[in-house]
Design a protein around this ligand. Structure first.
Ligand code: PEP
Length: 258
C-alpha cells in the first residue's frame, strides 16, 4: 500500500433504519476514539442505505467525527422523471464522499452491466465524489480459473472514459462473488493475485501514475480475525466489508488491521 492511505468501507446493504444508524455510528465513533489505537492512519467510511444518510451527516458534522460516508448506488440521470432514483448531486449535497457502484448484488438483481456501472461511476465523479467500483468473478468463473481475465474485463469496461488523473484517485473493490456473505474469505494469495492484476492493468491502460495511485480493496467475508493477512498483500489497500460492518466492535477491529 506504498503511499496509499488504507481504506475500510462498511457496506450496510439494506440494513438499519435511520434511528438504528445513529446508534451504530455512535458506537463506531466511541470505538474509533480509543486512544490506544492509531486510527488516524486508516480512512474509515460507512455506506448506509439512502434513508440513513441525513442522520449520519448530522452526527458526523455535529461531533466532527473522523468518519466519512457514502451511498450504495446512484442514478445515471441528473434529474427529472426517474421515479425512485437518487441523483449524484443529491448525494453530494448530503456530504457523501463515496458512492459504491456495480456491487455484485446490483449486477445480479438489477442486471447492471459494465456500461451502466461506468455511467454511474462517471456521474459520481463528476459530482465530486469518489466511486468505489466493484468487480469480481462468480464461482463458475473461479472454478474455470478465469478470475483474472473476467475481472479485468469488468475493470476495463467500468473505467472507460476516465482520464489518467481521475483513475489515480478512484477506488476499485475486488469482490469475488463466492466470498460475499458466505463466510468463505479468499486467501491472501487469491486476493493479491487479482488485486495485483487490477493494478497492473490500470497501469497499462491509464499509465503508471494511475496504477500506483488507484486504491484497490478486497471484499468478501472480511472480519477482524482475517483482515491482517489480506492487508499484508502489496496490492490490497483496504477492504469493503458487508456483514461485519454492522457491528461497531468488529468493524473497529477491522480498522485496526495493522
Ligand atoms: C459486500 O457486501 O461488499 C461484502 C463484502 O459483504 P460481506 O463482507 O458480508 O461478505
Amino acid at each position: 500500500t506504498t503511499g496509499r492511505t488504507p481504506l475500510m468501507a462498511g457496506n450496510w446493504k439494506m440494513n438499519l433504519n435511520h434511528q438504528e444508524a445513529v446508534v451504530l455510528v455512535q458506537k463506531l465513533a466511541w470505538t474509533l476514539s480509543d486512544k490506544k489505537h492509531d486510527y488516524a492512519r486508516v480512512e474509515v467510511v460507512v455506506v448506509p442505505p439512502f434513508t440513513d444518510l441525513r442522520s449520519v451527516q448530522t452526527m458526523v458534522d455535529g461531533d466532527r467525527l473522523q468518519l466519512r460516508y457514502g451511498a450504495q448506488d446512484v442514478s445515471v440521470h441528473d434529474d427529472g422523471a426517474y421515479t425512485g432514483e437518487i441523483s449524484a448531486s443529491m448525494l453530494a449535497k448530503l456530504g457523501c464522499s463515496y458512492v459504491v457502484v456495480g456491487h455484485s448484488e446490483r449486477r445480479e438483481h438489477h442486471a447492471e452491466d459494465d456500461a451502466l456501472v461506468n455511467a454511474k461511476a462517471r456521474k459520481a465523479h463528476a459530482a465530486g465524489m469518489t466511486p468505489i467500483v466493484c468487480v469480481g468473478e462468480g464461482l463458475d468463473v473461479r472454478q474455470e480459473g478465469r478470475q483474472v481475465e473476467h475481472t479485468l474485463a469488468q475493470v476495463d469496461g467500468s473505467l472507460a472514459g476516465f482520464t489518467a488523473e481521475d483513475v489515480a484517485g478512484l477506488v476499485v473493490a475486488y469482490e469475488p462473488v463466492w466470498a460475499i456473505g458466505t463466510g468463505e474469505v479468499a486467501t491472501p494469495d487469491d486476493a493479491q493475485e487479482v488485486c495485483g492484476a487490477i493494478r497492473a492493468r490500470i497501469g497499462e491502460v491509464h499509465g503508471e501514475a494511475a496504477g500506483s495511485g488507484v486504491r484497490v480493496l478486497y471484499g468478501g467475508s472480511v472480519k477482524a480475525a482475517n483482515v491482517a493477512g489480506i492487508m499484508q498483500q502489496p496490492d490490497v489497500d483496504g477492504a469493503l466489508v458487508g456483514g461485519a460492518s454492522l457491528q461497531a466492535d468488529e468493524f473497529g477491529g477491522i480498522c485496526r488491521f495493522y
